[in-house]
Design a protein around this ligand. Structure first.
Ligand code: FDA
Length: 312
């Protein structure tokens, strides 16, 4: 059993995940990757990042809502985020997850709600990025994106380089000239769907980045991998790409050293700032990416007496 399997196994134990969700914000370890539970905390974090010359992408954490009412409430919260970003003159946009907007209940609802958010964003002069979720949602996410993007050019989406299909997806998206946030991919996928080997994922990242840089896209280079960042910087310099034609993106709390380096070199950088009470699945994806991260969680739990049998 690898470390990742062990983490997944531990998380399947309700006592472990219950304790983590309950104690994460209080004992502080969730703050490593999540700006807070409220919009106010996320806006404060965004203002601090903006003072350091970063753009932000705010995300209200949540996925796979069970009913239409929750989906509509999520859509409302995104619109409020847009209003607050504009009101406080923050250089930012928002990221949405379609399963947070009721994708499991039907694509029409997701198109309607995502379209409503895009319309509001356009009115405020802001933009929206659609996150990519696990592979069962890839096709339908692209369908929804295409439907919304045909009406609103202020909408972009994420594409995952670990998926074998992604090169074809980029070809399909070319006619829309969209902003594409290129990521490696954060979900657990089977070998027939996704490359499993880091070297293969990295190779595909470079290949798809070339396609973005050479094609009719606005590339958002979303990785903390220093080698890929280096590769992108070289390609950008060779192409003499102006800073308004691309951006780098990184996640809140990850590789601040690399974030500082990019800013020192005057590259545009956007930080993805997640917040909300539903932070647990996002937090777990960050944990599984770097098994070393589990150490600081285990330390916090130990400090709270979890292993001594104290339940909170
Ligand atoms: P890689 O995992 O190889 O890490 C490179 C280096 O970064 C590591 O050596 C380490 O130093 C640091 N690092 C990476 N992850 C870390 C962590 N969790 N903790 C501490 N250090 C870490 N995924 C997805 O499926 N759908 C999406 O919509 C998005 N959206 C998104 C937006 C943005 C702005 C970013 C940066 C990433 C995403 N992702 C995502 C997540 C992405 O798919 C991927 O899981 C992570 O970015 C980690 O991969 P890296 O490219 O950083 O490389």
């Amino acid at each position: 059993m690898g470390v990742q399997d062990l983490v997944y196994w531990l998380l399947s134990k309700p006592a472990v995940s219950r304790t983590l969700s309950r104690t994460g914000m209080r004992s502080g370890f969730a703050h490593r990757f999540v700006a807070g539970e409220t919009l106010e905390e996320a806006l404060a974090a965004s203002q601090r990042l903006a003072a350091g010359g970063r753009r932000v992408c705010l995300n209200h954490l949540g996925e796979n809502v069970a009913g239409e009412e929750q989906a509509r409430a999520a859509a409302e919260s995104y619109v409020e985020m847009l209003r607050q970003i504009r009101q406080r003159s923050i250089d930012g946009n928002i990221a949405i997850k379609l399963t947070h907007l009721g994708l499991d209940l039907g694509r029409d609802l997701a198109i309607q709600l995502a379209g409503g958010i895009a319309a509001q964003a356009r009115e405020l002069g802001l933009s929206v990025e659609i996150d990519m979720e696990s592979s069962e949602y890839t096709s339908v996410t692209i369908d929804v994106f295409e439907a919304v993007r045909r009406k609103f050019d202020n909408v972009g989406m994420a594409i995952q380089c670990y998926l074998r299909r992604s090169e074809d997806d980029l070809k399909r998206l070319e006619p829309l000239h969209p902003k594409i946030r290129l990521v490696k991919g954060a979900y657990r996928e089977p070998p027939n769907v996704a490359f499993q080997d880091k070297a293969e994922v990295d190779q595909n990242y470079a290949r798809l980045l070339d396609r973005l840089l050479d094609g009719p896209f606005f590339p958002a280079i979303a990785t903390h991998d220093p080698q890929l960042v280096d590769y992108a910087e070289r390609r950008i310099a060779n192409k003499k790409l102006a800073p308004d034609r691309y951006e780098f993106q990184m996640l809140f709390g990850i590789r601040r050293d690399l974030q500082n380096k990019l800013r020192a070199e005057d590259h545009p950088l956007r930080i993805y700032v997640p917040f909300g009470t539903e932070w647990f699945p996002y937090f777990m994806r960050r944990l599984v990416e770097r098994p070393a991260n589990t150490l600081f969680v285990l330390r916090s739990l130990a400090a709270e007496g979890f292993f001594a049998g104290k339940r909170h």
